[in-house]
Design a protein around this ligand. Structure first.
Ligand SMILES: [Zn+2]
Length: 447
């Protein structure tokens, strides 16, 4: 029997959830233009008396883009340190969260005391869906408190009543040893860092002489756990079966999606605070939620006081896995297929680096490690007319002499399956970085 963090909303038919949310969005919108100078401008053309009554009515409102938030932040002043989207008085703000932007100054989001409550409850809902309970001892491995995965994630664990062990920021060896000594049952890490720990878990276990108590892994901060080979390596390395992917966005709520016991796509768990849309990324048209649909996820916060967003383009592209689940939850279940920010154009054709990684890792399982890095010449490079440089790591069974042939084989498979030309290099095992926070598959060639 499944139990839920929020039994009523998690099991209400999705159309009824949307109707309930629409009423809250309408209430929020009524005051928004007065509260936020950003929305006074963005919604200037929205007719007086416009009311959201159903999810479909949102389509009449303009989108909010990351650039809108950036411009709003750049207009910060002494009275509004968070810029034109600061919708409360400075004195009511209790915390700032930073986005992990790859270029320029990060974006900062403000939280009131009520916002902190909303974050904690929504994130706890995700952790609960992902099987975390009171009594679990959690190693939280994100090192920076100010980022979306820092303090907000920690608050979510404490809200559940789990034992928080904030080991993020320590050297890997110390993390591994202390996880044994503290009898950690649950690990929250990026996918690539979880893989890194899995590779060293046994060795450290022998040194400490303490048996592993680890039972559960939560992946967050980067996509990849949906990739079966990666998941298998974590399961085998850490000797456990409970591996759940989670996803969120600092601009909205840092964790909103999490896998249930089906471990097959992430449920939306922030229905109490955020309204969802799926849109065609090119035309911006709203798409119906149904199994197999793909599109960009768009969020409207209706409970965020300090820095609200309406129809915010997440740049996360998702595939709807199902609209039903054996666990009884009614929210859509999705898999993230890539981010607009990462999308590349090879000879006029769009391709997600994750598509290249998933294909290669799956096809060459056993011969390479389940990681891949793709190189660009400059940060702003999106277009490729020449072969895209790709690095992979040889597995232990591949000797040096066989690597060149393996690289040619990888190039051939990618060309045949994706119509993209890559130039593959097979590195030593351990040759690719495994970072603790937000690893990109794409890297920039220095110099
Ligand atoms: Zn489920």
């Amino acid at each position: 029997m499944t139990d839920y963090w929020n039994p009523e909303l998690e099991t209400l038919p999705w159309s009824k959830v949307e109707r309930w949310q629409a009423a809250r969005v309408a209430e929020m919108l009524a005051a928004l233009r007065r509260r936020s100078r950003l929305y006074a401008r963005l919604h200037a053309g929205v007719p007086e008396g416009f009311v959201v009554r159903a999810a479909a009515d949102l389509a009449a409102l303009p989108f909010t883009l990351k650039d809108d938030l950036r411009a709003a932040q750049e207009a910060a002043s002494d009275a509004e340190p968070f810029g034109k989207n600061q919708a409360v008085a400075q004195a009511d703000i209790v915390q700032a969260i930073s986005s992990s932007g790859t270029t320029g100054r990060p974006l900062y989001y403000a939280l009131t005391a009520r916002d902190v409550e909303v974050f904690s409850d929504a994130i706890a809902n995700v952790w609960y869906t992902a099987g975390i309970r009171k009594g679990d001892i959690v190693a939280h491995l994100v090192g920076l408190p100010m980022v979306a995965g820092g303090l907000p994630y920690a608050d979510g664990f404490r809200r559940i009543g789990a034992t928080l062990c904030w080991l993020g920021g320590f050297p890997t060896e110390r993390i591994l040893r202390e996880m044994r000594h503290l009898r950690v049952t649950t690990l929250l890490a990026t996918t690539s860092f979880a893989l890194h720990l899995a590779e060293k878990w046994d060795e450290v276990g022998r040194e400490t002489g303490i048996a592993s108590r680890l039972q559960k892994v939560l992946g967050g901060g980067e996509p990849g756990l949906a990739q079966p080979e990666l998941r298998r390596r974590i399961v085998e390395g850490l000797a456990l079966g409970h591996v759940r992917e989670t996803m969120g966005l600092g601009d909205v709520i840092p964790s909103m999606w999490g896998e249930c016991e089906a471990q097959d796509g992430m449920h939306f768990n922030a229905q109490r605070y955020v309204m969802l849309e799926l849109v065609d990324p090119d035309s911006g048209e709203t798409l119906p939620w149904r199994a197999g649909a793909t599109g960009e996820i768009v969020y409207t916060t209706f409970a965020r006081e300090a820095t609200p967003v309406v129809r915010y383009r997440s740049r996360d592209h998702a595939e709807v896995v199902a609209m039903k689940c054996a666990c009884g939850r009614t929210s859509p279940r999705i898999r993230c297929i890539g981010r607009t920010d990462d999308m590349l154009i090879y000879k006029g054709m769009n391709v997600f680096p994750t598509a290249i990684r998933d294909l290669v890792v799956e096809r060459f399982a056993g011969r390479i490690e389940p990681l891949l890095r793709l190189w660009k010449a400059r940060r702003e490079q999106v277009r490729f007319d020449d072969a895209i440089e790709v690095d992979v790591e040889a597995s232990a069974v591949i000797d040096h002499a066989a690597r060149a042939a393996l690289a040619r084989e990888i190039e051939e498979v990618v060309r045949a399956q994706l119509q993209v030309r890559v130039a593959a290099t097979v590195l030593d095992r351990g040759g690719l970085p495994r970072g603790v926070y937000k690893n990109s598959i794409v890297a920039v060639r220095e110099g």
